[in-house]
Design a protein. Structure first.
Length: 407
């Protein structure tokens, strides 16, 4: 029998300081091309050549692989941006830009190993990102890392988890496109961070905050009411339009959100279908929105030709959409003026259920507002009710607010 290889089997030959071989394979695009393997000895190359043949029999084989940075750029443009919500796409791009590419970007996609990812995760957990990203060096007057005193701005374990999850998602897509055969990021685990215990406002503190905002005729008072009583998120309250408010029926629809994405304000649907809902309005909310409508008309008259007409419920004095970061600042300033503890804006959602109980909202209605699937969960919240004095104060605020004319 002849020892000559059949047509298409490839060949082994001397190459530089070792040997090389090739085999004909079918690429993911359906083309027939040569795929090369290299080694220091003929035996080493022969083993690689055998594995290459086996891989070619299983399916398409990539003949040239991009770097991880090149692949991630294409993945963000062709997969992430068209398929995901704008804010999610921006977050993915941020993790790629700040955490993944600076360390792993030069690695070839098909050569990325579990050890590479493990070393990257371990380093990320310990490396000051102010140093790594040159944040202090970009300042006109350095005050920490670039000035010789590292601020040790190490990313949280949650941030590292998210960065690893983005890489895992990208490599999963690379497997789908048959560019790689194994997702090495999925084989590296990051221990979950211990959840930080939050301390939201008590009902008494929330009442004190709303009282102060109402007394000051804060134009964002109705926004604070919606956040505290209905659990609105920042983007949901700033994206609210009058089209989705029916004061006569006492209903409000959560449908849109306003976010700053890639340096521009984006008015888009809420992230998930579960986030969208038509909710009944407790009396305090109806009164606050009626007052807000009057305030808007007065602001429009005061602005004159400078007024930018829009359907947003909450705007600047000139009718333009309210900047999300400015909303956070106004909330913090109002908290200080009201003499209550400073908490994160998002933590106000945790006070929502107790406030509904204090306002004597029926449990079934509260269940709808809180979007609980079981009444038992709602009733568990209702077991923690405030003092009767606080209950009376909140009910009074809702009953009499709508009768007051804004100054």
């Amino acid at each position: 029998m002849s020892g000559k290889r059949g047509n298409g089997e490839g060949s082994i030959y001397p190459y530089k300081n070792g040997f090389a071989a090739y085999a004909w394979v079918t690429t993911p695009e359906g083309n027939r091309k040569r795929k090369y393997v290299y080694g220091k000895t003929r035996e080493e190359v022969h083993d690689k050549w055998i594995r290459l043949h086996a891989e070619a029999k299983r399916g398409p084989v990539v003949t040239s692989s991009p770097t991880l940075a090149q692949y991630l750029a294409r993945w963000l443009k062709e997969v992430v941006t068209p398929d995901l919500k704008p804010k999610t796409a921006e977050t993915y791009a941020m993790h790629v830009r700040l955490y993944i590419v600076p360390v792993l970007g030069t690695k070839r996609l098909d050569k990325l190993t579990v050890r590479d990812v493990r070393n990257w995760v371990n380093a990320l957990l310990e490396e000051c990102q102010c140093c790594a990203q040159g944040l202090d060096a970009k300042r006109d007057t350095p005050r920490c890392c670039a000035a010789g005193g590292c601020c040790e701005r190490v990313p949280s374990r949650r941030t590292v988890q998210d960065a690893r999850a983005v890489l895992r998602s990208a490599l999963t897509n690379a497997m789908t496109e048959e560019l790689i055969t194994k997702n090495v990021a999925a084989l590296v685990k990051v221990r979950s961070a211990r959840k930080t215990k939050r301390h939201p406002w008590s009902v008494e503190e929330a009442r004190q905050f709303l009282d102060a905002a109402s007394a000051a005729h804060d134009p964002l008072y109705a926004a604070y009411v919606l956040i505290l009583v209905l659990g609105f998120r920042r983007g949901e309250v700033l994206g609210l339009t009058w089209e989705n408010v029916d004061l006569d029926a006492g209903e409000i629809t959560v449908q849109m959100q306003l976010q700053r994405i890639n340096r521009r304000l984006v008015h888009d649907e809420t992230k998930t279908e579960a986030s969208s809902a038509t909710l009944p309005l407790p009396e305090i909310c109806v009164a606050a929105l009626q007052r807000r409508r009057k305030e808007r008309e007065l602001a429009k008259q005061a602005a004159g030709e400078l007024w930018m007409d829009s359907d947003f419920v909450f705007t600047t004095r000139y009718g333009t959409p309210f900047e999300p970061r400015n909303f956070n600042r106004r909330f913090m300033d109002r908290s200080a003026l009201a003499g209550v503890r400073r908490i994160r804006l998002h933590d106000t959602r945790h006070t929502c259920g107790s406030l509904l109980a204090a306002l004597d909202v029926h449990p079934r209605v509260a269940m709808q507002i809180l979007r609980h699937s079981k009444i038992a969960v709602t009733m568990e919240v209702y077991t923690h009710v405030p003092s009767e004095a606080t209950r009376r104060a909140l009910r009074k605020l809702g009953k009499h607010l709508g009768k007051q004319d804004p100054k």
